[in-house]
Design a protein. Sequence first.
Length: 313
Amino acid sequence: MIGRVCVAGAGTMGHGIALTYALAGCRVSLYDGFEPARAAAPRRIWESLSFLAEEGFLREAEARGAADRITLFDTLAEAVRDAELVLESVPENLALKRELFAELDALCPPDCVLASNTSSLPLSGITEGLRKERRAMAMVCHWYNPPFLIPIVELSFFGNMDAEVFERVRELHIRAGKQPVKVLKDIPGLVANRILHAMAREVFHLIEIEAASPEDIDRALKFGPGFRAATTGLLETADMGGLDIWCAAEDNLFPELNNADRACDLLRDYAARGKLGVKSGEGFFPYPGGTATAVVAAFRKRLLTQLRASGTY
């Protein structure tokens, strides 16, 4: 059973992943070579744990116990010294991740699993140049943000790793309350992000052609396909509706759906003009000064409500 974990990268994803492992009872080493990220990590971890305690999702003693199981490091060698799993959560840059994996190969125990939180870079590219033995201990372990609230974790099983090693990692994430998805192909986006962006392509297109307002398009998704898919999944929904009906509907609809092979012009224009969403104060919706914190807090509360409900799925 894996009990000692290192998370390399203490930013948005890394600190949330670290606290999730700590809540599962692991001793967690959290490393970041960037001093500002390292300095901010304890506050960010405690804010997230306090949120869970205030909402009654865990007891304050559990929150404090989790915080106590996380140790910050500014030296990678010290952080990974006795780790059984090292998960990197550094920026999505192939050269950076490849360099980090090479360092980890030299520093980590032979039986330590090396995992990447990537969803867009190939594992084969990240592990290029590593010894065959180390490549057999490498995998993708992709989380969704915020990692302590969204249950999915995508775990790669691409043929390089023994089933026994994979099952040890899978057991850890089940213990952490996650819903592991075993991904069998080293493809860009893995499974969840490919589904997400296929849907996003059509949603952004609907905005471009002014089929409905942004509010109504989000409402259509939340209270239609999204509402149903959360409890049944798409394939089960198709089975319930009848595959003959789905086949006929797709024959009629597919010629009309957006099939662009790049991001839509509207999204590109918003990004170019600095309309980036909550972090800039405006995206598809406005977030006037001072409201961003409240918007994020409300978003997290809705996710926690969904997380509680998911226990009945």
